[in-house]
Design a protein around this ligand. Structure first.
Ligand code: XIL
Length: 354
């Protein structure tokens, strides 16, 4: 029998995982094990809610929460000895409907941010491996004039809390969840470029001031036909790892719609992209987490986002492995025992707290 991704990752001291979509999570909660949850538990040792733990999904009103889906995911992870990435604390999307910038003063928005981080930390702080505290804080056009000039995106949180808000909220998150690795997660920073430089400057500055920040998340959505030179990915990750942070790939998917050739050839190109990225990352000491944004083409955000029919994940609509799955497995096998980053502890007692 061929080993699962999880078995290979365990040997390498790596966490391998994916985002869990809301509908199948609801089904698992209602009906118990499903084919989807069986594959999850077999193949992965870390999971993340695709949407269920975003502020807008958790919140039912000011200071009020419905934790039921999130609890179900944390319980599932614990039963199956998986780690959890909490995604996310503060983001500029998928916010609660009651949070209206025109109706709240800055100090009220600051209190909302602090209270939310405290609530998440109280409930899950001891059970999360890592936490994307602020999602996508880096400006898309850091070198151009306008509201988004400078390294940081112009968001409700930055406007309320000020230019140094990342430091502020990381301190709050650390207070709320002292054992969680705090992550700065963004897209479009997978290889060198202006946005990557902005991210680097921000990370460097936060670390220099001893702000709690333990990992950088690279989303790795390859949705526009981009093909990275693997050495460019290694070099970029190494630059960040040299600052002393863990490197996480957090949301990889590879769209086939922009590729040329028949379906079989596109699936091969896709497999190569997955293999290249994972192998490139595994060259970097400090690379500890590899996650895709979903695992089956049945539940993928890509067609909705790109408005194109697609198949961007390693398993097909019927939960069967595609060439991309085998490519990931090969990349893990080829790394063999050589990739031992910081050994990542898995929860050892399925009955206890992870
Ligand atoms: C996406 C989800 O996949 C969609 O279902 C939802 O409609 C929008 O958000 N970067 C992120 C993720 O950090 O939270 C986003 O998830 C995808 C892009």
């Amino acid at each position: 029998m061929q080993p699962t991704l999880r078995e290979l990752a365990d040997k390498n001291g790596l966490l391998i995982g994916c985002a869990v979509a809301t509908d199948p999570l609801g089904a698992m909660m209602r009906d118990g094990p499903t084919p989807y949850s069986t594959v999850l538990a077999e193949q992965f040792n870390i999971i993340t809610a695709e949407n269920a733990t975003k502020f807008g999904h958790l919140s039912t009103g000011p200071g009020a929460y419905d934790w039921s889906l999130a609890d179900a995911l944390f319980d599932f992870a614990q039963r199956h000895r998986m780690q959890m990435r909490f995604h996310t604390g503060l983001w500029h999307n998928q916010l609660p409907t009651w949070l209206d910038e025109s109706k709240h003063r800055s100090n009220e928005i600051a209190a909302i941010a602090r209270d939310h981080l405290a609530a998440v930390g109280r409930r899950y702080g001891d059970r999360m491996y890592c936490w994307d505290v602020v999602n996508e804080p880096i400006s898309d056009k850091p070198d151009q004039p306008g509201a988004d000039s400078g390294p940081l995106r112009d968001t409700i949180w930055k406007r309320a809390l000020g230019d140094d808000y990342l430091a502020t909220v990381h301190h709050w998150a650390h207070e709320a969840a002292p054992h969680a690795k705090l992550v700065l997660n963004d897209y479009g920073t997978d290889i060198a470029g202006a946005k990557t430089d902005a991210l680097y400057a921000v990370v460097n500055d936060l670390l220099a001031r001893s702000v709690p920040l333990h990992a950088v998340g690279f989303q790795m959505h390859l949705l526009h036909g981009q093909r990275y030179d693997p050495s460019a990915v290694t070099a970029n990750f190494q630059r960040f790892a040299d600052l002393g942070v863990e490197i996480h790939i957090t949301e990889m998917d590879v769209a086939i719609a922009p590729m040329s050739g028949d379906r079989q050839s596109r699936l091969k190109q896709q497999a190569q992209a997955y293999r290249d990225v994972l192998a490139a990352a595994m060259k970097v000491k400090g690379f500890t987490v590899f996650q895709t944004w979903g695992f089956t083409d049945r539940h993928s955000w890509v067609p909705k986002f790109t408005k194109c029919d697609d198949a961007a994940l390693p398993l097909d609509e019927n939960l069967l492995p595609k060439p991309a799955y085998f490519a990931l497995r090969e990349a893990l096998q080829q790394a063999g025992q050589s990739h031992m980053p910081f050994p990542v502890p898995l929860p050892s007692d399925p009955g206890g707290r992870g």
